[in-house]
Design a protein around this ligand. Sequence first.
Ligand SMILES: N[C@@H](CCC(=O)N[C@@H](CS)C(=O)NCC(=O)O)C(=O)O
Length: 206
Amino acid sequence: MLKVWGRITSINVLKVVWTIRELGLPFERVDVGGAFGGLDTPGYGALNPNRRIPTLDDDGFILWESNAIVRYLAARYGAGSLWPEDPRERGLSDRWMEWQNVEFSPAMVPAFMQLIRTPPEKRNQAAIEQSVARAAQVAMVLEQSLAGQDHVGGSRFTMGDVVAGCAVDRWLGLPIEHPHVPNIRAWHERISARPSAQGLLKQPLQ
Ligand SMILES: N[C@@H](CCC(=O)N[C@@H](CS)C(=O)NCC(=O)O)C(=O)O
């Protein structure tokens, strides 16, 4: 059975859990990281030398880095669904995983950390404003790409929807003024309605 290490309040754990649920696979999740601790033990360090979450164990095969885990699971268990078999269709999905990792999350995370994980008296208003503005700018790339299509890679739900969807779900949940993004909001409703997303998306941020 699949085993995932990591608290569910981590976006990187969330995307892995959503992937596994979408694939309909049995799994066990172990709460480590954050207030749970457990990342500084020799045992965890042997599994994941970065001492980060998530870590996946698939029958003794250990993998870390959340987007690599999503790709692995999709390729192994979701060929033709989460993992498009046509290389072009797969590329159009996969690019949104890179976009999440190198464009959108770096823009948005400072605002998330300030507004959700920092007490009000310790917040840096300038950092929040800069992050909110940059995230809005980056989000418009997705907004335009979603015009006339139901999912990030095209007509079907694929791994790119999971990964970009987790980040966008957080962004939409932030107590900030968002730009006008009707295509993103419609897509977010669509993906949040999936049975596999229940209890994972649209949750209070913490
Ligand atoms: N690039 C890594 C980042 C992993 C990461 O930074 N995880 C955070 C949680 S989102 C973590 O381990 N934080 C320490 C903690 O939770 O104690 C991945 O995508 O898996």
